[in-house]
Design a protein around this ligand. Structure first.
Ligand SMILES: [Zn+2]
Length: 372
């Protein structure tokens, strides 16, 4: 399946459709019971993605550094900072808001392990909803682990990543699901389990259920780090109109439209939608409303997200191979970053040092772009 192509000349108003992310039907998170609190992990950390710290990482923080109440909970998660020698702007990349959308998790991982920044900073959160790593999606059964072999022949090692869920583990949430989820201004209610959907929980709250606190911490990160650009990396079922989509907060539309034309010229046609004011709780909408950041969401097609599909092979699907989806995610993010750098003042630019050509991940395989 190929994405729709944008006409060569297109006006911004024509691009500005309404965009909920990942098949949203309506907004957002629940009223949090005042007594709700996330559970503490009794000991250790559940086994999770094997993400390694690359040579470009200059500091590793935890999300709880931005919201101390998360420390010791299943919602805490690493934050990798890659700083350039030249001062500049800050770009935040978030993967794993939905832990069954593999390409976004791997795209963030590839940046952590291989990117080097020359100007400004890259801040990467590869497993944003860390609790969702531990939950299986019973409607869309998939292997528990995704295994990536080393590129040597024969493979000499392998890397393991969990195949998680769209939702926070109910055992970690600290509150039962409400009967329904609704925020002021929402056009209609969502099912109660969506209280555990991180991408319906922004801008979050400092107290209450785990999912809301994780959302709060991510917005705190954007605010304190004075983020210029932010990306939330997702996937959608291949038949969804959201597949091959860049969603932009309205303030980022001019930049996004310019980047879309660049991507099209480079052979990666992505569609563009604007986030709607009426859909609350979604990252691209709330990040841009709560902070000065220009916020975006990227969607590639994921054959594992088809309801009722069983045992779809997650890595080497013939039509939607994982490596090609990862390449598309990275090319989209880095094209927006480069387009921004072309016109932003030096103190706000983010520039990567020469490194791997991520467009080749689909051809060479993911193993070539991980640390071994
Ligand atoms: Zn998603």
């Amino acid at each position: 399946m190929r994405p729709l192509r944008l006409p060569a000349l297109v006006t911004l108003s024509a691009l500005a459709f309404v965009a909920p992310a990942c098949r949203a039907t309506s907004p957002v998170p629940p009223a949090s019971p005042a007594t709700a609190a996330p559970v503490r992990l009794p000991r250790g950390t559940p086994e999770t993605h094997d993400i390694r710290t690359g040579p470009g990482v200059t500091r590793t923080l935890m999300l709880s550094d931005y919201h101390p109440s998360l420390a010791g909970t299943p919602g805490d998660t690493p934050v990798y900072v890659l700083e350039g020698k030249e001062p500049g702007g800050t770009c935040v990349v978030v993967g794993g808001t939905h832990q069954n959308e593999l390409a976004g998790i791997f795209a963030a991982t590839v940046l952590v392990e291989t990117a080097r920044v020359s100007r400004g900073r890259l801040v990467v959160v590869p497993r944003a909803n860390n609790s969702a790593v531990t939950l299986r999606d019973e409607k869309r059964p998939a292997p528990e682990w995704v295994v990536i072999a080393s590129p040597s022949t024969p493979p000499s090692a392998s890397r393991r990543f969990r195949f998680g869920s769209r939702l926070t583990n109910p055992l970690h949430q600290g509150a039962p699901d409400p009967a329904e989820v609704r925020l002021p201004g929402a056009s209609k209610a969502l099912p109660g389990y969506e209280a555990r959907n991180l991408d319906r929980a922004f801008p979050g709250s400092a107290e209450g259920p785990l999912t809301r606190q994780v959302a709060f911490a991510i917005v705190e990160l954007l605010r304190r780090e004075k983020a210029d650009l932010a990306f939330d990396l997702h996937e959608a079922p291949p038949a969804s109109r959201l597949s091959w989509m860049l969603v932009s907060h309205p303030r980022g539309l001019d930049l996004a439209a310019e980047a879309i034309l660049e991507l099209d010229a480079a052979g990666l046609p992505m569609k563009l939608e604007a986030s709607d004011e009426g859909f609350r709780g979604l990252s691209h909408r709330e990040w841009g409303d709560a902070t000065p950041v220009l916020s975006f969401l990227v969607e590639t097609p994921n054959p594992n997200q088809v309801e009722g599909a069983r045992d779809v092979e997650p890595v080497s699907h013939p039509e939607y191979p994982l490596a090609s989806r990862i390449a598309a995610q990275l090319q989209t993010v880095l094209t927006v970053v480069a387009t921004h750098a072309a016109s932003a003042p030096p103190e706000r630019r983010i520039e990567l040092a020469p490194g791997p050509d991520y467009r080749l991940i689909g051809r060479k395989g993911l193993g070539e772009f991980l640390l071994w």
